[in-house]
Design a protein around this ligand. Structure first.
Ligand SMILES: Cc1cc2nc3c(=O)[nH]c(=O)nc-3n(C[C@H](O)[C@H](O)[C@H](O)COP(=O)(O)OP(=O)(O)OC[C@H]3O[C@@H](n4cnc5c(N)ncnc54)[C@H](O)[C@@H]3O)c2cc1C
Length: 207
């Protein structure tokens, strides 16, 4: 199944690094014979991946019914320009988790999961924002997927050309790609006394 086995990395630490660097995952599942792949945000706490959304969401309703799911996170790090068109590639890190999700019903665990989701994307924000109320918690489903069956695949480094192509007269190398945060824009309804918090000035997930 894995064609380029040398790019497969299967250790838990690598998978955690990829999950912690990503912003969104794609959740794959089959409903009534139809495969769906739905993009959504997520958070990780220890060996659990959390997904949340409206209690009415089809994705979440299907998942909580115990259907098998496949969650993928992909980070694109660069374009790899080889001398031959055939050997062009991409530098990337990706993780795939297989399993069955369960509904987080315990209220304390649910808040902890929502906190993990929030901190994953905006560390520091949870404490600065209004906390969810009873009604909002009721309207929100949180699912936990155990990170037990997983794989990672990573490509780093320069192009790999066929030996005879290294003399071919063209540029070769890597064009790095990075996600860059722009300058924060005030909400037009912002009360002037509030300044942009440190975690958004510029946005960083490093506190
Ligand atoms: C960056 C990002 C982050 C998101 N984060 C969350 C999150 O944290 N929680 C959450 O619940 N949702 C999130 N969403 C929205 C999510 O993708 C779904 O749209 C949402 O969960 C509703 O799913 P559903 O299965 O109930 O869709 P339904 O309302 O049942 O959708 C009906 C049909 O619309 C199509 N569809 C659904 N979603 C999309 C989509 N995103 N793009 C194109 N077509 C679609 C599918 O064909 C689907 O069958 C996020 C989306 C993006 C892009």
């Amino acid at each position: 199944m894995v064609r380029e086995a040398h790019r497969g990395v299967y250790d838990r630490a690598t998978v955690y690094d990829i999950l912690d660097a990503g912003f969104l995952c794609h959740v794959g599942f089959v409903a009534d014979g139809q495969p769906f792949v739905i993009p959504t945000s997520y958070g990780r706490k220890d060996s659990s991946l959390f997904i949340h959304g409206s209690a009415a969401s089809r994705m979440l309703r299907q998942m909580k019914d115990g259907v098998p799911v496949c969650v993928t996170v992909t980070l694109l790090d660069g374009l790899v320009l080889a001398r031959s068109i055939f050997n062009h590639s991409m530098n990337y890190r990706s993780a795939v988790i297989l399993g069955q999700a369960t509904l987080v019903e315990d209220p304390v665990e649910k808040i902890e999961a929502l906190h993990a989701l929030s901190e994953h994307i905006l560390p520091g924000r949870w404490a600065d924002a209004r906390q969810p109320n009873e009604r909002e918690l009721k309207q929100t489903s949180v699912l936990r997927l155990p990170i037990e069956e997983f794989s990672a695949k990573v490509r780093v480094g320069p192009p790999i050309d066929d030996e005879e192509d290294y003399a071919f007269p063209t540029w070769a190398g890597v064009v790095p790609l990075d996600m860059v945060a722009g300058a924060p824009i005030d909400d037009p309804q912002l009360e002037t006394k509030h300044v942009v918090p440190a975690y958004s000035r510029p946005y960083s997930r490093r506190l």
